[in-house]
Ligand binder design. Structure first.
Ligand SMILES: Cc1cc2nc3c(=O)[nH]c(=O)nc-3n(C[C@H](O)[C@H](O)[C@H](O)COP(=O)(O)OP(=O)(O)OC[C@H]3O[C@@H](n4cnc5c(N)ncnc54)[C@H](O)[C@@H]3O)c2cc1C
Length: 464
């Protein structure tokens, strides 16, 4: 077994968080090895590339990454512009991944399937902290290899693990078969662009009452206007969609009010068939998909060609089964972070600046960072993640002072533009929820869900 300190640090995922982690590790003289499941860096951002971000460029790039890119002829984008996911990828993440120091460390088409300690399961304690981690990886050829590393930063996001569609957090009977048969799509498909042919002229059901559902429904409305024969249904578990419609003209945030007004108009015109109080109880896959539901009037059935899930995401904890984690029991974020971001209690992010200390687990030198660090709460911001990984890299390099001196520099008003804002995640020291210009100024009702760049929001997408 090699000396622990000579081993590399594994970074799981080459999204914004993982690539920034690698840049900070390199600055600290540590050696990253980055495993990315997709065949390109930032495969998750690529999947939602058609969505415009709500935070401008100035909050979307990491300081160590910028320093690394500065030597490569990289042109920093206009700090005030709002990029799409594709622009974020092409103008920042791909150049960063191609910088020689990162490119040498990056393994695309390498999916981490398990993390443990070499030669030890979860129950073994003797000299555990000195024992290297074992990271088991499945590559694009189907080969499985084990890698020994001195520390692990899990920045694998939540994009690949959407919440199931059935009730009580469980998949409904037939859900796996319906997904395998292609009836249930990935979240946030590009229905008017890349994926247009798949949806044109089809009966499409959107499930969920959050921000993503609203944006997907409006995009389907545009498709319907151009492709007659397209039929749109929308199922929500609640008894009314009024909270999603927002305050219309009276809404404190015009973009959100406009979004809700447009959605309501489509429903009232009959372009979208809304099914309220609809709890999915099962699926039957045949030529079309039968979606079975329980409603106050008894059992119901919707026959559709495609279903777009908009019910939020959850972290994949299966691959971490052999590690000693300390997670908030509700949100599945690191225990101390959970109460700060629990969407059931926080209409507006009041996240204290945090780094390695708050993100640590009983498993020494293991960290969950980025989107995955927020567990089931969807209000995460890249800027928060960049500070997380700066602090984690400092901790791994033994610089406790820098690790503990958390330097989150989000503005009082949050990081969203007042026109297209989508998140309320601001530091606790500044977020008052009363500033009229702030993302947090929105009166009830507010949109719930992962921000998709078109409206203001807070978040419980799983509440569909
Ligand atoms: C539609 C949308 C819009 C958003 N808009 C904004 C915004 O405007 N501003 C903002 O600050 N935040 C925004 N966010 C939130 C968040 O900042 C982004 O999701 C961001 O991409 C999170 O970065 P990440 O690196 O933590 O995770 P991801 O970007 O999800 O990256 C994780 C990476 O890990 C890889 N991976 C997954 N599992 C494995 C595995 N087992 N092994 C190896 N690799 C794996 C994935 O392929 C992926 O490339 C938005 C999110 C969404 C979904």
């Amino acid at each position: 077994m090699p000396d622990n300190l000579e081993l590399p640090v594994a970074v799981i995922g080459a999204g914004p968080g993982g690539l920034a982690a690698a840049a900070h590790l390199l600055e600290r003289g540590l050696t990253p090895v980055i495993f990315e499941a997709g065949d390109t860096p930032a495969a998750a951002v690529k999947a939602w590339g058609h969505i415009r971000l709500f935070s401008p460029w100035r909050y979307n790039t990491d300081a160590a990454a910028r320093r690394l890119l500065d030597g490569t002829g990289w042109q920093e984008p206009d700090p005030e512009a709002l990029p799409t996911g594709t622009e974020l990828l092409e103008q920042y993440l791909l150049p960063l991944a191609a910088a020689p120091a990162i490119a040498n460390a990056l393994r695309t088409s390498h999916r981490v399937i398990a993390v443990t300690r070499a030669g030890m399961d979860k129950t073994r304690s003797h000299r555990r902290e000195e024992t290297p981690f074992l990271v088991r990886v499945l590559d694009g050829t189907g080969a499985i290899t084990d890698h020994h590393v001195r520390a692990v930063i899990d920045a694998s996001g939540t994009w690949n693990t959407p919440n199931p569609l059935g009730q009580a957090g469980l998949p409904a009977p037939g859900e796996a078969e319906a997904t395998a048969a292609g009836f249930i799509t990935a979240p946030l498909p590009d229905v008017t662009g890349r994926d247009r042919a798949r949806f044109a002229g089809k009966h499409v059901l959107v499930v969920g009452a959050g921000h993503s559902a609203a944006n997907t429904l409006l995009a389907l409305g545009d498709l319907d206007a151009q492709e007659p024969g397209t039929r749109i249904s929308w199922a929500i578990r609640g008894s009314s969609a009024s909270s999603i419609y927002g305050g219309g003209d009276l809404d404190g945030l015009p973009a959100r009010g406009d979004l809700g007004t447009r959605l309501r108009a489509l429903v009232e015109a009959g372009s979208i068939e809304l099914h309220t109080s609809f709890t999915i109880t099962g699926f039957k896959s045949a030529d079309t998909l039968a979606v079975l539901g329980a409603t106050p009037d008894g059992e119901a059935q919707l026959d559709v060609d495609l279903l777009i899930p908009s019910t939020g995401f959850r972290p994949d904890l299966d691959m971490l089964r052999e590690l000693r984690l300390d997670l908030d029991p509700a949100v599945e974020a690191p225990r101390e972070l959970g109460p700060l971001i629990d969407p059931e209690f926080h209409s507006c992010g009041t996240v204290e600046p945090h780094g390695a200390k708050l993100l640590s687990h009983p498993e020494q030198d293991f960290y969950i960072t980025g989107m995955k660090s927020y567990g089931r709460a969807p209000t995460f911001l890249m800027a928060t993640g960049y500070e997380q990984v700066r602090s984690i890299a400092a901790a791994l390099a033994g610089d406790r002072t820098a690790a503990d001196n958390v330097e989150l520099v989000l503005p009082e008003t949050g990081v969203c533009s007042t026109d297209l804002g989508g998140s309320c995640d601001t530091p606790a020291t500044t977020a008052t929820g009363t500033d009229e210009g702030s993302c947090c100024a929105a009166p009830e009702p507010a949109f719930l869900g992962i921000p998709t760049g078109l409206a203001h929001g807070r978040s419980v997408e799983q509440e569909n």
